[in-house]
Design a protein around this ligand. Structure first.
Ligand code: GTP
Ligand code: MG
Length: 197
């Protein structure tokens, strides 16, 4: 189990020049707006309010870097797929996130977060497909599993796997409300990362 001794906000960035100048491995959290990216980070690091969460979609608009135990950097990415944004904002998202995903040597893991209750949208599938071309490991998380009745959870997860297709890693079920799935996600993040924590 990951012991969190220290968790602090480092900085926000919108372009490469502003990325932190460090050698820490980075774990990025991506997904639709409002899916629960920031909530997942807070649960992983046992802090209620390290990252700001909101029921209003589009809360996170920059890349936000957080340093854990002085050893690992978590990066909260702005969400995509929020209908009410102008095309210019969508384009700037693509540039901001696209640049980070393709040009950041520190990036070792991408956590792609899906809503357990919903089948992936075209934007999700596009991103998943794109991520598969890179060196870093992609981990899928099916969040808000607390919103699915207990007896329905297994069949729902199978359905979700099927809608993602064969070559995609199985989503790990998670709930920011109950904390279910937290250990499995940490294990998957830390596996083969060779990190002194
Ligand atoms: P943006 O930054 O706007 O892209 O959103 P986000 O993906 O960071 O989502 P955020 O963590 O802010 O959560 C959005 C809403 O979903 C909030 O109202 C959260 O309380 C709620 N939420 C997040 N995770 C869960 C979960 O596991 N279960 C339930 N029931 N609600 C959740
Ligand atoms: Mg957020």
């Amino acid at each position: 189990m990951m012991q969190i001794r220290k968790a602090e906000f480092l900085k926000s960035a919108s372009s490469g020049r502003q990325y932190p100048d460090h050698d820490l491995p980075e774990v990025a959290f991506a997904g639709r707006s409002n899916v629960g990216k920031s909530s997942l980070i807070n649960v992983l690091v046992n802090r209620k309010k390290l990252v700001r969460t909101s029921s209003t979609p589009g809360r996170t608009q920059l890349l936000n870097f957080f340093v854990i135990n002085d050893r690992l950097c978590l990066v909260d990415l702005p969400g995509y797929g929020f209908a009410k944004v102008a095309k210019s904002v969508r384009n700037s998202w693509q540039k901001m996130v696209g640049d980070y995903l393709t040009k950041r040597p520190n990036l070792k893991r991408v956590i792609l977060i899906l809503d357990a209750r919903r089948d992936p949208r075209p934007e999700d599938l596009d991103l998943i497909r794109n991520l598969q071309g890179y060196d870093f490991k992609t981990i899928l998380v099916a969040t808000k599993i607390d919103k699915v009745r207990n007896t329905k959870q297994s069949p729902r997860l199978l359905e979700l796997e099927r809608s993602l297709g064969k070559s995609v890693p199985k989503p790990l079920p998670f709930s920011a409300v109950t904390g279910e799935g937290k250990e499995a996600i940490w294990e998957s993040i830390l596996e083969d990362l060779a990190l002194p924590l």
